[in-house]
Design a protein around this ligand. Structure first.
Ligand code: SF4
Length: 331
């Protein structure tokens, strides 16, 4: 085949329309494409929606750690498991603002604040709304994850200027109740609906490596892709290997090629979503991260710690982007 033929073929690679009626068999057949065909399709889709050489840097701060009454079987912050993570109070606003300023200086454009709650109480929500307004005043995009929300609570966060709300679906509908029993998947979808109706952008993804099958990972992506509006951000988390939680007995770290394939499917099913390599990036080699960027991932969390677990250090991230000719700033 001549060079011209090859170029023609690349130009002809399909890019995806935004759709909301994906089926599991469709997702499976995309996932199982020969790898180079899968990556070409994902990269073509990526290029038609994003600058392919720009990676978003987000920063995450735990503003209230541990002591959570929920039973998420993967989580070190559940009060039900003996993980050595103690409960803290909600951080003071001054400490949160100082952390946001440091994150901005380090190159973050989005600052995410996480609290280990089933759902926020009104007094707590008032304090978080104040934090959101102040962090936004620094010129950062704001995101919070506070557990389940009513529509009224979502409206209050929107009024404070919140840009994104994170609430993951975690896994497939079939695997869900093997991981969590204290809130249903429908509870989660209801919170996402409230957030969306309040005019806040949605960050929703899930976790892999908990013992689920590939069909569960794809089921999770199909669930997200069939929401009435795709999440603006889709975090793909590798389960953070913490001791003392039920998932520790079932977990299996995913094969790296499976991770790259899943990222590619996320990109194809949700062409305009920012796909973020989130928790568990410390288990990923530079080569796997590069492969995931090629497959359409375009955001990472920066910082040394993610909630209660490790994250690759900033100089490693900068070195990787430099070697790839990529940038954390819009080009
Ligand atoms: S609700 Fe959040 S903080 Fe609480 S146990 Fe589940 S994942 Fe952990």
């Amino acid at each position: 085949m001549s060079v011209i033929d090859q170029t023609d073929q690349a130009d002809a690679a399909p890019t995806e329309a935004v759709r909301h009626q994906w089926t599991r068999p469709e997702a499976e057949s995309i996932y199982n494409l020969p790898f180079s065909d899968l990556v070409l399709r994902a990269q073509s889709t990526h290029r038609s929606n994003f600058d392919p050489n720009t990676i978003e840097f987000a920063s995450l701060l735990s503003i209230k750690t541990g002591g959570c009454p929920e039973d998420c079987g993967y989580c070190s912050q559940s009060a039900r498991y003996d993980t050595g993570v103690g409960a803290t109070r909600l951080l003071d606003q001054a400490d949160v603002i100082a952390a946001a300023e440091r994150a901005k200086d380090a190159g973050a454009t989005r600052f995410c604040m996480a609290a280990a709650w089933r759902s926020p109480k009104d007094r707590e929500l008032d304090r978080v709304c104040d934090m959101v307004a102040k962090v936004k005043g620094l010129g950062l995009e704001t995101c919070v994850t506070l557990g389940m929300l009513t529509f009224e609570q979502a409206e209050r966060l929107a009024a404070a200027g919140l840009d994104f709300y994170n609430h993951n679906v975690d896994t497939s509908p079939e695997f869900y109740d093997k991981i969590i029993t204290t809130r249903t998947l429908q509870d989660r979808l209801d919170t996402l609906t409230h957030v969306r109706h309040a005019g806040i952008s949605v960050c929703a993804g899930g976790i892999i490596g908990m013992g689920e099958g590939i069909e569960d990972r794809l089921g999770m992506l199909v669930l997200l892709a069939n929401l009435p509006v795709h999440p603006e951000s889709v975090p793909i988390n590798l389960w953070n290997e913490v001791k003392g939680v039920p998932v520790a007995d079932t977990a299996a770290r995913p094969d790296p090629i499976e991770v790259a394939r899943l990222v590619a499917v996320a990109r194809i099913l949700m062409p305009r979503a920012v796909v973020r390599l989130s928790a568990g990036r410390q288990y990923m080699t530079d080569e796997l991260q590069a492969l995931c960027f090629l497959a359409g991932a375009n955001s990472i969390f920066i910082g040394d710690v993610l909630l209660t677990t490790k994250n690759p250090q900033r100089d490693r991230d900068e070195s990787l982007l430099r070697r790839l000719g990529m940038s954390s700033k819009p080009g």
